[in-house]
Structure formats: structure tokens, C-alpha cells
Design a protein around this ligand. Structure first.
Ligand code: TRP
Length: 446
């Protein structure tokens, strides 16, 4: 079995794939708006601390289990269990993760579909097809279904091609493009009137908010969602890393890239919002807070691009290309979780598994599209606010309390022989054993 498993061909390939998973709508949309509504740089500060103190150790837990077991979450958690009871628990946690990530993908595909529709809107206008452009930007069940399906089809296409020829190849193309587009957009927005005010709203801290439990809960949820934790995504990517790689270092690089791109995205979104304000677009909602929900991406920003005359079309295309790329490198990492399980546990052929599971998830997306009002928020809340933190907790318990310490050490040592005498091994085991589970529970019960 092991010889037929995929593997990332290089460190760069893994970094692009894993940071591609991490960097998604959560970074470019979630982080900046969370920061803006939670005291600006005070949120940034809390986020940085939580990301490195809590999310990074949890990320390492998944990467280490994954690479050790070289298998999907269910098989991996059973492998490190020593009693029958913990094996059963491993199966439950693994399967819950697979189910959770499938539901996350079902709503993620809908939102990513909007991004694709808005990407085509300026193109349609460039070609003089104003009717089409209007259809693309109007929130309707038909448009939402078509684009959710289109987006899922792209995701299935990449996953069908496997780890090296699908995930790695596409992430290595898309992630550098994403960073370039992001930097170009920031540079352009900085030249516009109002941008500095947005930067101020983002970077001047309101430290009175720092001890606010709501801020900490938001920052922690943001960090876990953003690093794709708790559902076996990072575990399965970890299972494709070569045994020669130094895990603490590459895990750290993934966390750095993720946080770095979130911080950069803040330097685009908030200045852009204040430029929109300077151009006469409404950016505050009825309660006086910044518009943060879907309205920000699908109305404030398009309204801003519309005030930019000709160049606005190009800025719009670039911005929604950025969003679509960010979504796609994340969605493939979600679909890989159930597909790897189907392939390894049930002997399915990869392409067939990708198509079958992708279709099933697309069907759930359609059910949500046609029952948007109760279902969308329900699915988002249950998966990201209930299931994900609890699973993150369970992963920490598995690594720190069920798996043997010596086995963990020898796993890490394979690519990092010096690790035992370094800082990582002095701090990390203690962290996943005590600090992470307690912190997750505290935040959860807030
Ligand atoms: N991290 C991605 C984002 O920020 C989303 C994502 C990818 C994800 N894989 C995941 C979220 C697994 C939760 C679980 O948008």
C-alpha cells in the first residue's frame, strides 16, 4: 500500500499545498473584517499570539500523526491507539472529521461560487454583455447553484489527478500568483485617497478590547479555521511529506505564511473599504460597525470598483481571481480528506472516489442553496464553532495522552535529528498535553 501512496516531491511543493490549504476565504475575508470589528491591531496582536501559541502546536500534532501513519485520519488515529477503547474513539474522531470537513466544503463551495461569478462579471462587461453581467452579480438560486457546481467540478478535477500531479502542481502555480496579485492590489490601493485612513483603522490598536472574551474567542476560532485544523486536512497533507523533512520547521513556515498573508490581506481590504468611503460608498451598517458579512465582498467592494471607471474592471478581475484562487487551494485540501479515506479504507479508485464524493458534497451544496435561510448559518455554526474546536481538542488528546512520547520523538527525529535538544521538544509536548486542550475548552465554553 505504502508504495502506491502519493508524496509531495519537494519542500516547496508541500509548502505551497499546505499554505494553499491554510490561506483561503478565512484569511482574505474573515481576518480583515474580524480585525476591523474587534479593535484593529489589538485583534492582530491577540491573533498572532494565539496562532503561534495554540494553533501552531495543534498543527504540528496533525502533521506528526499524519506523517507517522502515512494514512488518512481514521487509520492514523487507530494506529497510534494502544487500547481497544482508544481505537474506537479514533474511528469516531476520524469519521467525525471527515463528515465535518465535507460539510465545510459544502458551504465553502457556495461562497467560492459567488467569487467566481464576480470574477466573470467585469469580463462580461468588457465584452459589452451587460445582461449577463447583471445576472452574474444578482443573488439568485440558479446562479448560486451553477457556480457552486462549477467550483466543485474544478476541485474534483484537481483531486482526481492525485497528490503530485493534482494538489502539488496546482498549488505551486496558484499560490505564487495569489501572492503577486495581492501585492499588486495593495500597491494600487495605497495610491488612492482614503487608503491611509483605512490603514489607521486597521493598525491603530484599541487595547481596551484585548481582554474582551469575545475578541479572544473570535481570534481563536479564526486561527483554527485559518490553519485548517481539527478535521484531518493537515493530517492528510502531513502524510504525504517525506520522512527526511524537518517537521517543526516546515510547520512553522506554514503558520508564518498563513499569518503573513492574513496580515497582508488586512492591508488590502481595510484601505479599500475607506477608499470606497471616500468615493461615496456606504461602508458602515445600521449599528455603526463596518459592514463585514457577505455584503462587504459582494456589494461594498464591487461598488468601489464601479467608482474607479475603466481601471475598476481590471481591479475587479484581479481581486476576484485572488479570491477564487485562495478558495480553490483550500477546497482541494478539504476534498482530499474524504477521498483519501475512500481510497485507503475502502479500496476505491482515486478518480472515481473524487467524482462520487465530490458529487455528494455538491448535492449538499444545492440543498443549502435552495434552503439558504435556515441551513447556511446552521451548517457554518455547527461545523466551525462546534465540531472543529471539539475535534481539535480530540487531536491534542490523541497526540499527548494516547500516543507514546518516545514514538512521537522518533517520528520527528527522522527529518530533524537534533530536535531533542532544541526548544521545540522542550515546549511542545507540554503545550499539547496541557495548555492546548484547556485553552480550547475554555474558549469553547465562552
Ligand atoms: N483554511 C481555509 C481558509 O482560511 C479553509 C480550510 C481549508 C479549512 N481546509 C479546511 C477550514 C479544513 C476548516 C477545516 O479559508
Amino acid at each position: 500500500m505504502a508504495s502506491t501512496r502519493g508524496e509531495f516531491s519537494s519542500r516547496f511543493g508541500f509548502l505551497m499545498a499546505a499554505s494553499g490549504s491554510a490561506v483561503g476565504l478565512g484569511n482574505i475575508w474573515g481576518f480583515p473584517t474580524n480585525a476591523a470589528t474587534n479593535g484593529g491591531a489589538a485583534f492582530l496582536f491577540a491573533y498572532l499570539i494565539l496562532a503561534f501559541a495554540l494553533a501552531y502546536p495543534a498543527l504540528m500534532a496533525e502533521l506528526i500523526i499524519g506523517r507517522h501513519a502515512r494514512a488518512n485520519a481514521v487509520t492514523a488515529l487507530r494506529l497510534i491507539s494502544r487500547s481497544k477503547r482508544s481505537r474506537v474513539l479514533g474511528t469516531i474522531v476520524g469519521l467525525t472529521g471527515i463528515l465535518t470537513v465535507s460539510f465545510i466544503l459544502s458551504f465553502y463551495a457556495i461562497v467560492s461560487g459567488w467569487m467566481m461569478a464576480f470574477f466573470f462579471d467585469p469580463l462580461a462587461r468588457l465584452m459589452g454583455m451587460d445582461g449577463l453581467a447583471k445576472w452574474l452579480t444578482q443573488d439568485a438560486e440558479l446562479r448560486n447553484s451553477i457556480f457552486a457546481l462549477l467550483f466543485m467540478a474544478l476541485t474534483v478535477f484537481i483531486i482526481s489527478a492525485g497528490v503530485k500531479n493534482g494538489i502539488e502542481k496546482w498549488a505551486s502555480r496558484l499560490m505564487p500568483s495569489l501572492i503577486i496579485i495581492l501585492l499588486l492590489l495593495i500597491l494600487y490601493v495605497f495610491t488612492l485617497p482614503g487608503a491611509t485612513e483605512g490603514l489607521r483603522a486597521y493598525l491603530v490598536p484599541d487595547f481596551s478590547r484585548i481582554a474582551d472574551p469575545a475578541l479572544l474567542v473570535d481570534a481563536m476560532g479564526q486561527a483554527f479555521f485559518s490553519l485548517s485544523l481539527g478535521v484531518g486536512t493537515m493530517l492528510i497533507y502531513g502524510s504525504y511529506i517525506s520522512k527526511r523533512e524537518d517537521l517543526p520547521t516546515i510547520g512553522g513556515l506554514v503558520a508564518l505564511l498563513d499569518v503573513g498573508i492574513a496580515v497582508l490581506a488586512g492591508m488590502l481590504i481595510l484601505p479599500a473599504m475607506y477608499v470606497a468611503l471616500a468615493n461615496g460608498v456606504e461602508i458602515f451598517d445600521a449599528t455603526g460597525g463596518l459592514i463585514a458579512g457577505p455584503g462587504l465582498i459582494v456589494s461594498v467592494l464591487p461598488a468601489l470598483f464601479a467608482t474607479m471607471s475603466g481601471i475598476g474592471l481590471f481591479v475587479g478581475v484581479a481581486f476576484f481571481a485572488l479570491m477564487t484562487i485562495a478558495s480553490l487551494t483550500s477546497s482541494i485540501s478539504m476534498l482530499e480528506v474524504p477521498v483519501a479515506y475512500g481510497v485507503e479504507h475502502h479500496g476505491l479508485e482515486r478518480r472515481k472516489a473524487a467524482i462520487a464524493i465530490g458529487s455528494l458534497i455538491a448535492l449538499i451544496s444545492l440543498v443549502i442553496v435552495f434552503n439558504f435561510d435556515p441551513l447556511f448559518d446552521l451548517v457554518v455554526t455547527y461545523t466551525t464553532e462546534v465540531s472543529q474546536p471539539l475535534l481539535g481538542f480530540a487531536f491534542c488528546i490523541f497526540v499527548a495522552w494516547i500516543w507514546q512520547r518516545n514514538d512521537i520523538l522518533s517520528e520527528i527525529k527522522q527529518g530533524s535529528p537534533e530536535v531533542e535538544s532544541g526548544l521545540f521538544w522542550k515546549i511542545w509536548p507540554f503545550y499539547v498535553k496541557f495548555i492546548c486542550p484547556v485553552a480550547i475548552l475554555v474558549v469553547y465554553f465562552q
